[in-house]
Design a protein around this ligand. Structure first.
Ligand SMILES: [Fe+2]
Length: 451
């Protein structure tokens, strides 16, 4: 049985506008965390400094509307300067990464405010174009802007996570962290063979990115998967057992990368003088023993090395989809926990900064799937072994942003599944697909194993 995705996305003009205003407020809240002295800080070498992102969000938004409405540039220089982040594979992008003179923060803030005002005023212009234009119909162009902004909230948090803690401003309302050991024991879960539907039909949702459609049903063989992801405590044992000194656990390319990156533990950890580890949360360092139950956040290369050490493997995207969104009777569920009207916040799924950090694994049993697999959506994205690739029948339909997916169909990027504590729950729909480079160690991405 196939069900239709419920519109968790905003639908009416008022809903979209309200959601966009909320996303802008959240952007401002995040930029306040970085403090006045970090605008030119570049915490991740292959990303621009923070000031780029202050300008990028409005520049991207305006350029999207401009491409639809042909309304001319808003700011000849800023529209271009802030258009696109660094792509390490592009020469033009590498040159842009050499920019030594960024505009004043106040100028960029003014640009941002002007663009927001123009976007508020352009809804009616978009509505006039709606007839027969998929990007204007249902205000889809505003969904492009909205979801881009929401995705960048998580990207900003990766960068803040790499910025010295003493330079950051912790907001007064940031939640207290939940620490401690795993709340449940990991169990192997048998998932019987059967079909799973990847993606969705275009008409099922007010908006879908190009890589989410059309839907495609595949058969998945029977498999046994862990009910919970690997924790900080378990990963520390892997390091102690020679995980980062024994090349046998690593593919050749991954080992070369590990050596060149000088990684002897996850990027967000540091070794203590006594040989133990501290683990970074957004605003502080915590002893690994205190957060032993948190899901570990690592690159794909490190996850794959752990899997080899454990004599197991990473799941495929269809396996995780099947474990999350089907039931033992083969029906497709709307959420891992089933009912379409039960939103993630109601089962405690750790999305949307609800807890300001990951939770110890096993804390949200109400969010388990029908098979009994826990926290597939929320807490941490999860690495798969599936390279990011188009679904059959793919069309780069967002003509104002044709490279959104197509630029990454290169076998260097793999699918990450679910969503992290920092993912907006509006981006956690069943068909949404996310991807990262195998050697990108900064994201809130964990993994679980298949036996
Ligand atoms: Fe962007």
């Amino acid at each position: 049985m196939t069900t239709t995705l419920t519109a968790i996305a905003p639908v009416t003009k008022t809903e979209i506008r309200d959601e966009l205003e909320a996303a802008w407020r959240l952007s401002d809240y995040l930029f306040e965390m970085i403090g006045e002295d970090n605008w030119l800080t570049q915490p991740i070498p292959l990303r621009h400094p923070f000031i780029f992102y202050l300008g990028h969000l409005p520049a991207f938004a305006y350029n999207q509307l401009e491409r639809l409405l042909n309304c001319g540039p808003h700011h000849e220089t800023f529209d271009k300067l802030f258009e696109r982040g660094i792509d390490p594979l592009s020469e033009e992008s590498r040159q842009k990464s050499q920019i030594s003179q960024w505009p004043e923060v106040a100028e960029v803030v003014q640009y941002r405010n002007e663009v927001r005002d123009r976007l508020r005023a352009m809804f009616d212009d978009v509505a006039e174009r709606a007839t027969g234009d998929r990007l204007a119909d249902k205000y889809r162009i505003y969904h492009v802007v909205l979801e881009h902004e929401q995705m960048h909230h998580e990207t900003l948090l990766y960068m803040i996570h790499e910025t010295p803690t003493e330079t950051l401003h912790r907001p007064a309302d940031w939640p207290d962290l939940v620490t401690g050991a795993a709340r449940l024991t990991r169990e192997p879960v048998d998932v019987k063979a059967g079909p799973v539907r990847l993606g969705a039909e275009f008409h099922e949702m007010p908006f879908l990115w190009d890589n989410e459609t059309p839907s495609h049903t595949v058969h998945v063989d029977r498999f046994t998967i862990d009910s919970l992801p690997i924790t900080v405590g378990e990963y520390a044992e892997f390091i102690t057992s020679g995980g980062y000194t024994n090349p046998d656990f690593w593919s050749e390319a991954d080992w070369r990368w590990r050596e060149s990156a000088g990684l002897a533990h996850p990027q967000s950890w540091r070794r203590k003088p006594d040989g133990g580890f501290d683990v970074r949360s957004l605003f502080e360092w915590l002893p690994a023993s205190q957060v032993s139950g948190w899901p570990v956040f690592v690159s794909h290369a490190e996850a794959a090395a752990y899997a080899r050490y454990a004599g197991k493997r990473l799941p495929t995207e269809p396996e995780l989809q099947r474990a999350a969104y089907t039931s033992p009777t083969n029906g497709e569920t709307h959420w891992p926990w089933g009912y379409r009207d039960v939103t993630p916040d109601r089962v405690g799924a750790n999305l949307g900064f609800a807890h300001g950090a990951p939770l110890p694994v096993g804390t949200t049993p109400d969010a388990a799937s029908a098979w009994g697999v826990h926290e597939l959506v929320g807490n941490g994205y999860e690495w798969t072994s599936t390279p990011f690739a188009p679904l059959p029948g793919y069309e780069a339909w967002v003509r104002t942003y044709p490279g959104y997916s197509a630029d990454f169909f290169d076998d260097q990027h793999v699918i990450t599944f679910g969503g992290s504590w920092a993912t907006s729950w509006k981006l956690s729909r069943r068909s949404f697909r996310n991807w990262f480079q195998r050697h990108y160690p900064y994201t809130f991405t964990t993994f679980r194993l298949v036996h």
